[in-house]
Design a protein. Structure first.
Ligand code: SAM
Length: 238
């Protein structure tokens, strides 16, 4: 936790927050923070700053909070991700959030197992928990928006054209000739396939909507590995 993420509901008065549970435990057991010590904090969907510990006991920690800094810029990216298996979904959401993705569509594809859509990790609360872990890791506060789309064809034909309008449209696909471009200065809509990959019909459907297939070299990467490789090529650190 490189940042303690605060919710508006944590504030008991202007500039005064009280934390319990996981964040209390982290502050007292990992930071071992004592009264007077400062911690990096941020308000969900708000600014970053610091908090001074007023008081910490076995149950609660009381903080004086001063927020004064904008969170890091979001990636100019919309991600369309075939729903991964639940275990990988959690890690992928955390990584995507930490990398600065703010708009994510989890979509069906032929090689997405139907049972994945029943996963309790797809509830709004559970997805939010993973986003919080990503934001805390990356020192960011802006919560990603995650949308679920259980039907591939209507999503790609009816919704995606507007979602991807005015962006560079890419589908990461190992079986293609074009390498993934590097250092893009325009918004990007990026589609990433399921563990078994997109089937040719799905790649064709995306190409009909103006998506270009791009590869990352001959090695087939897991989704959670492909994601940071793709994003660091498209948007290298400056
Ligand atoms: N056997 C599958 C195939 O050939 O498409 C492998 C799928 S891979 C495990 C899961 C997804 O990660 C792919 O659909 C693609 O979006 C992305 N990916 C993984 N390795 C890649 C590579 N070398 N080039 C482009 N995309 C890759």
């Amino acid at each position: 936790m490189n940042l303690i993420l605060l919710e508006s509901s944590d504030f008991v008065a202007p500039g005064r927050a009280v934390l319990f549970g996981r964040r209390h435990q982290h502050i007292t057991e990992v930071h071992r923070a004592q009264a007077g010590e400062q911690l990096k904090v941020g308000l969900v969907n708000g600014e970053i700053g610091h908090a001074t510990v007023r008081q910490a006991d076995a149950e609660r920690v009381e903080l004086d909070v001063a927020l004064h800094q904008a969170p890091p810029p979001a990636l100019p990216l919309t991600m369309v991700l075939a729903l991964p298996r639940p275990k990988m979904l959690k890690r992928t959401i955390q990584h995507a959030t930490a990398l600065g993705v703010k708009k994510l569509y989890l979509v069906n594809a032929y090689r997405v197992e139907k049972s994945y859509w029943q996963s309790p990790w797809l509830t709004e609360d559970k997805l939010r928990e993973q986003c919080i872990l990503g934001l805390e890791q990356a020192v960011d506060t802006i919560m990603p928006q995650i949308e679920l789309r259980k039907r591939f064809k209507p999503f790609v034909e009816d919704e995606l054209p507007a979602i991807a309008a005015d962006s560079l449209k890419l589908v990461a696909h190992p079986v293609t000739d074009a390498p993934c471009p590097v250092d893009i200065h325009t918004p990007v809509t990026l589609a990433v396939g399921p563990e078994g990959g997109f089937i040719p019909y799905e790649v064709d459907k995306l190409q009909e909507q103006g998506f270009s297939a791009v590869h990352l070299g001959p090695r087939i990467l897991r989704v959670e590995t492909a994601l940071p490789v793709l994003l660091s090529r498209l948007f290298p650190a400056r």
